[in-house]
Design a protein around this ligand. Structure first.
Ligand SMILES: NC(=O)c1ccc[n+]([C@@H]2O[C@H](COP(=O)([O-])OP(=O)(O)OC[C@H]3O[C@@H](n4cnc5c(N)ncnc54)[C@H](OP(=O)(O)O)[C@@H]3O)[C@@H](O)[C@H]2O)c1
Length: 216
């Protein structure tokens, strides 16, 4: 399972419920990387999306202690919207949607040509169970197309389940109120790939990959 995140020099990721920066190439990288896969997020991150709608062409697992907080606008953004118990009952259907979405994504389909699913999970364990059930988890397919996409509380919660962090690091110094854990100070992680430095409107950034030490 992978984390995907955009951080600044101070590891800031957001402020007042919004992203700190909007870098078109990073958005494209995010879309391409997660296309067709499973994305795990917190309720506040769902609310930060355009129209508060789930990401198209992906299976969106949203952590919330109370699904009734997620209003009809978000639910209408999905072809299929399921609670925790229903998701478990619909295992075969969800696996087929996942495989079909991944196949279409590999052929370059647009997100609108794939199915969009919204699933609620009340706990970390429920979200993991759903993600593994859909992706094949440890047996078979693996979880290489399962992405933890934020926000701060969800990165903290799922970091120990991930072996890879896809980090877009930028040098903007905007004020943040949400932060990503310090992998550079964490002996359990190493920088596996440092991307070339790019620039957008004076902001420098690179696509870096951190791996958990000992993972392949
Ligand atoms: N830079 C990036 O790459 C990036 C990516 C994503 C988000 N962000 C930014 O991050 C910020 C949002 O982060 P955040 O930490 O405030 O919010 P968040 O993680 O998106 O969502 C928090 C919510 O998730 C639910 N939740 C968290 N842990 C849970 C658990 N163990 N069980 C059940 N539900 C749980 C709770 O929902 P309930 O209150 O409904 O219980 C909680 O209020 C925004 O500024 C956003 O723009 C940045």
């Amino acid at each position: 399972m992978k984390i995907i995140v955009n951080i600044n020099k101070e590891r800031g990721i957001g402020c007042d419920g919004e992203l700190l920066v909007n870098i078109p190439e990073d958005m494209k990288y995010f879309r391409k990387t997660t296309s067709g896969g499973v994305v795990i997020m917190g309720r506040k991150t769902l609310l930060s999306f355009p129209g508060q709608k789930p990401l198209k062409g992906r299976i969106n697992i949203v952590l919330t202690s109370d699904p009734s907080r997620i209003d009809s606008e978000s639910r209408d953004g999905a072809d299929l919207c399921l609670g925790e118990a229903e998701a478990l009952r619909e295992a075969e259907r969800l696996k087929n949607i996942y495989l079909s979405n991944l196949d279409k994504a590999a052929k370059g389909a647009k997100a609108s040509e794939m199915e969009t699913v919204l699933i609620f999970a009340g706990t970390k364990e429920a979200a993991l169970k759903e993600a593994y059930m859909i992706s094949g988890g440890d047996d078979g397919m693996g979880d290489s197309h399962v992405f933890v996409i934020g926000g701060a509380s969800i990165y903290d919660l799922f970091l120990d389940c991930c072996d890879t962090c896809l980090i877009t690091e930028n040098d903007a110094d905007y004020k943040a109120d949400r932060f990503f854990p310090d992998l550079k100070a964490d002996g359990g992680w190493e920088l596996a790939e440092k991307g070339e430095t790019k620039e957008h409107e004076g902001i420098h950034y690179s696509f870096d990959i951190y791996k958990r030490r000992g993972s392949d």
